[in-house]
Write a protein that binds this ligand. Structure first.
Ligand code: AMP
Length: 618
């Protein structure tokens, strides 16, 4: 233990206050923030102390940006200056978003289909990262007001399927909000931590996280072992959530009041009234079983049974995604230790019952489903703050990473299932005399040939000083950080020439693609091995051809014409064999040239030694 002593005063200082690291659930519909205070996890609530949810909505007013409930009220009156669902835009290019553009009230900019999207407000352009940072600023200031101190560090959660660009955009949003993002954590991992699953090293469980929020649905299956959280499968629907349940109620009421959907769309305030009342009805059904109201003199009513019938197809959609995820993970219900419920919409009894029935066990709903992810993020933050010393949470890399070597072979540097963060390196050299540049192409995947793996990026190590082939010592280092972001460094050790690049795709593979790549690698193991062996022989043959040329050049005066002709003929045969697909003929041709040139090489060596001795005598 460290005891701070004040040397001037000659006294022992009071224990220094530990820095608080906050956990943030940055949601599509709502966001919230939590922190750990001693042994207690606290969720920050509004001034009234009741509501922890901050609607993920921003409004650009004349006086600046407002976030949360105040912004939500502007959705109807100022739709073009009120931004929601920013999370759907994170790390996306315009090409990804054609469908979304038509459905939002604000202006999404089409600059270049490859570029990341921007939102236009009053002639100014904002990136989703900037917009998200406004939400994060609001959360940061809420905590700071509550704690009466500055907060600078955070853990932020993202869906398990978020790719590297989306994770990076989230991390950047944190930075813009003045937060050092210590870790980006998968939402299902956070949910699991909130339920205390995986908090002990000996914990071994397979869990299902069923997350039905306001606008999105995610199902994730996690395997937790030795503090490692492995996402076995994810599925879901990015456009299915509580809003759709509200919509079935609205549609039901419209048939009773003889209003068409088109009329409702035109009359914005009536539409909003219907939406508000439908959401109230849905929540009332969860607790008291029915709801009655009056809109524009029309009496409206709905009960539990009717709602259950109307919502069945929505729930079935989620169960179908559960089925697909279980199939991907190759698991049966009896393999699942726990089912955890996340997201406000899992408060609906019909959802709870359907999920429990589907998995054949009572789903765990003891925590507030809106707060689960933020609580888990706060626990992860507390671990990073060093307050739970015995605990080290680790993620693992799902696919191997390596570089292309001669002949298109994959040389694995970090293998699949390595714990992250990790670093590994290997030394290479050049294959051509005086080679100045070396291309380093980085791949991810399990196959022996790079053409079957996924390219993550490439860069060139330039200005290697001229040296004979084989002499440069080129060290290639892979550094994979805790968020799965890979940095590759190449250094020529003799001259210290160095280049590096950050590869931003470690998470950029969907679960489906990953599963396919793994299956392919197993199915093709035999043919891959053959192809690899052939390529290795060809590489060796090419080296022999080069060595032969050097030998002929260096010994041209000592060799007879017949010997030169014979060597050239064997070299031509060897070169021809490398054009074919037969490893045995390459080997035979190598053997033939080696058998013939070996005694000649010995003679040359003797000659050179003799010459050297003579020169010393002189
Ligand atoms: P989230 O995105 O997790 O904040 O989810 C919010 C969604 O949960 C909204 O669609 C709410 O209408 C819904 N929700 C919140 N409370 C209840 C409840 N008691 N019954 C049904 N849905 C609810």
């Amino acid at each position: 233990m460290k005891i701070p002593i004040n040397l001037k005063a000659g006294s022992v200082d009071k224990e220094e206050k530990k820095e608080v690291i906050i956990g943030i659930d940055l949601g599509t519909t709502n966001s919230l923030v939590a922190y750990v205070d001693g042994t207690e996890t606290k969720v920050i609530r509004d001034a009234a102390g009741s509501n922890a949810l901050v609607p993920s909505i921003l409004h650009f007013s004349e006086d600046g940006v407002v976030v949360g409930n105040v912004a939500r009220e502007k959705l109807i009156s100022a739709p073009e200056r009120t931004i929601y669902s920013v999370k759907r835009l994170m790390g996306k290019s315009y090409a990804d978003l054609e469908s979304l553009k038509a459905s939002v009230g604000y202006n999404v900019i089409d600059q270049d289909t490859e570029a990341l999207v921007k939102v236009e407000i009053d002639g100014k352009y904002y990136t989703p990262t900037e917009l998200s940072s406004e939400i994060l600023k609001e959360l940061k200031s809420r905590v700071e007001k509550h704690l009466k101190t500055k907060v600078n560090k955070a853990v932020i959660t993202v869906p398990a399927y978020f790719n590297d660009a989306q994770r990076q955009a989230t991390r950047d949003a944190g930075k813009l909000a003045g937060l050092e993002v210590l870790r980006i954590v998968n939402e299902p991992t956070a949910a699991s931590l909130a339920y205390g699953i995986g908090l002990s090293k000996d914990d071994e469980q397979t869990i299902v996280v069923y997350d039905l929020g306001g606008g999105t649905f995610d199902i994730s299956i996690l395997q937790i072992q030795n503090g490692i959280f492995e996402v076995l499968a994810t599925h879901g629907d990015t456009h299915l959530g509580g809003d759709d349940f509200d919509k079935v109620i609205i549609d039901y009421w419209l048939t009773q009041s003889n209003i068409s959907s088109a009329e409702l769309n035109q009359n914005k305030s009536l539409g909003q009234e219907y939406r508000t009342e439908a959401e109230k009805a849905k929540k009332a059904i969860s607790t008291v079983g029915s709801y009655s109201t009056t809109i524009s003199n029309q009496e409206l009513h709905i009960d539990e049974q009717t709602f259950a019938t109307l919502a069945k197809s929505l729930i079935d959609k989620t169960l179908n995604a559960c089925k697909l995820a279980m199939k991907d993970a190759k698991l049966k219900n009896e393999d699942i230790d726990q089912v955890v419920l996340v997201g406000g919409s899992t408060r609906m009894p019909i959802v709870k019952t359907a999920v429990s029935d589907y998995f054949g066990q009572a789903a765990n709903d003891s925590l507030d489903p809106d707060e689960v992810v933020a609580i888990g993020a706060a626990i992860q933050a507390d671990i990073l703050a060093g307050n739970r010393k015995d605990l080290l949470l680790i993620d693992i890399t799902p696919l191997s990473m390596g570089i292309e070597t001669v002949g298109g072979l994959m040389d694995v540097i970090i293998s699949r299932n390595s714990k992250v963060p990790t670093r590994a390196g290997r030394q290479y050299t050049t294959s051509v005399d005086g080679q100045k540049n070396l291309k380093i192409a980085v791949y991810q995947g399990e196959r022996d040939l790079i053409e079957h793996n996924r390219k993550l990026g490439e860069f060139i190590l330039r200005d290697i000083p001229p040296m004979p082939a084989g002499i440069p010592k080129i060290e290639i280092k892979f550094i994979l950080d805790a968020d799965g972001i890979l940095t590759v460094k190449a250094t020529e050790l003799r001259s210290n020439v160095e280049t590096q690049m950050e590869i931003k795709s470690a998470y950029g593979i969907s679960e489906e693609d990953m599963a396919r790549m793994l299956i392919d690698s197993l199915q093709n193991a035999e043919s891959d091995m053959k192809a690899k062996a052939l390529l290795e022989s060809i590489n060796e043959a090419n080296n022999i051809v080069m060595a032969t040329d050097r030998f002929l050049e260096q010994n041209k005066d000592a060799l007879s014409e017949e010997q030169v002709t014979q060597i050239l003929a064997l070299k031509a045969e060897l070169q021809a064999s490398t054009k074919g697909e037969n490893k045995d003929s390459v080997e035979a041709a190598m053997q033939a040239i080696n058998v013939y040139t070996e005694p000649l090489a010995h003679e040359a060596l003797d000659r050179n030694i003799g010459k050297a001795l003579k020169e010393t005598k002189l």
